[in-house]
Ligand binder design. Structure first.
Ligand code: SAM
Length: 317
């Protein structure tokens, strides 16, 4: 029987009644998840060296844990949790050069939100990299949800090296959040909206999770300015991804955000994703963005659609 992971979560915010229920739900999902690789991943976790936990977070590559005595052995263990997508991270002295330069995304977002003392919910948080950056920027508590179990396993590695930080990654989707779980100071939804079949429902849910006056940070795929029309509904794959449902123009996207009950919605960043920001590395050896673009034409995906452009919108609930 594994030690519980989420028991301290409810104590971190005592008058948030939904949190205890959420922690129980997450604990149960972790225990009962049917994923075929779970035993192998658990085995990797059990081989992590018992180093002194520590956390140096206010940096592009958060450093967790003292340097392990056997770096080669640790590197091999961490590779058992491949692919590492969000980072960079330094774990037990090993620098993990992840598929994404998530620090670049963070640099685009952080000027627009003051996280001092904030309680933050991060929908689709991956391995919790951004949660570490949020703590580094002064957040009091970060709760992330992500249904992809491998990313939760990677979070457990971070927790092993970083200790019991107020940054959590729960193996749940947005649809698993209990209705009463409102009142967050900030809600992040980065890289998730285009995966949702009903984007308006997603945005309305984000609104209900926030306190009045709270901040939404929304990052998603949008159409490039040059593309006529205001909504792309891919007929099949988009940049090799199977589950991309809708890519709006920025005006349409801002309209959705307003319609969902937000005020002061503003586009603070918009740029194409480059093959320097998302690429294969020794820690993510599968194909990446380069193989999803038309050879010799970086402006189109291999399906002939506009290449990925991402926008950041900040709005007030
Ligand atoms: C493109 S990644 C973005 C990760 C990170 N937020 C970022 O911006 O780099 C999308 C993430 O959303 C997660 N996801 C998929 N469906 C979800 C759902 N229903 N609720 C919450 N997260 C979901 C995926 O597992 C994945 O980690």
């Amino acid at each position: 029987m594994e030690a519980p992971v989420y028991t301290a979560l409810a104590e971190r915010w005592q008058d948030q009644a939904g949190l205890a229920r959420l922690a129980e739900r997450a604990e149960r999902r972790l225990r009962e998840h049917p994923h075929g690789d779970l035993t192998r991943w658990r085995d990797a976790l059990s081989r992590l060296p018992p180093v002194e936990p520590s956390a140096d977070l206010d940096r592009p590559d958060p450093r967790l844990g003292a340097t392990a005595p056997d770096l080669q052995g640790l590197g091999e263990t961490l590779m058992d949790l491949h692919p590492w997508r969000k980072g960079p991270l330094v774990l037990g002295g090993i620098r993990i050069d992840t598929e994404w330069r998530s620090d670049w995304k963070w640099e685009r977002v952080t000027p627009y939100i003051d996280l001092g003392g904030a309680r933050v919910l991060d929908i689709g948080c991956g391995n919790g990299y951004f949660g570490l950056r949020m703590l580094g920027a002064g957040a009091e508590l970060v709760v992330g949800v992500d249904p992809t179990l491998l990313f939760v396993m990677q979070y457990l590695v971070c927790r092993h090296f970083g200790g019991d930080l107020p940054n959590y990654v729960l193996p749940l989707g947005i649809e698993d959040l209990p209705e009463g779980l409102g009142g967050w100071d900030a809600v992040f939804s980065m890289g998730v909206l285009y995966h949702r079949r009903n984007p308006m429902r997603h945005l309305r849910r984000l609104r209900r999770l926030l306190k009045t006056g709270g901040t939404l940070v929304l990052e998603t795929l949008v159409l490039p300015i040059s593309r006529p029309g205001d909504l792309l509904v891919p007929d099949g794959r988009y940049a090799r991804m199977r589950n991309v449902w809708a890519i709006p123009g920025t005006d349409r996207l801002l309209g959705w955000v307003n319609e969902a009950g937000f005020e002061n919605a503003r586009l603070v960043d918009m740029r194409p994703t480059t093959t320097s920001e998302q690429r294969s590395t020794p820690w993510m050896t599968f194909e990446s963005l380069e193989q999803a673009l038309e050879p010799g034409d970086g402006s189109r995906t291999i399906e002939g659609l506009p290449a990925p452009v991402r926008a950041v919108i900040v709005a007030t609930a």
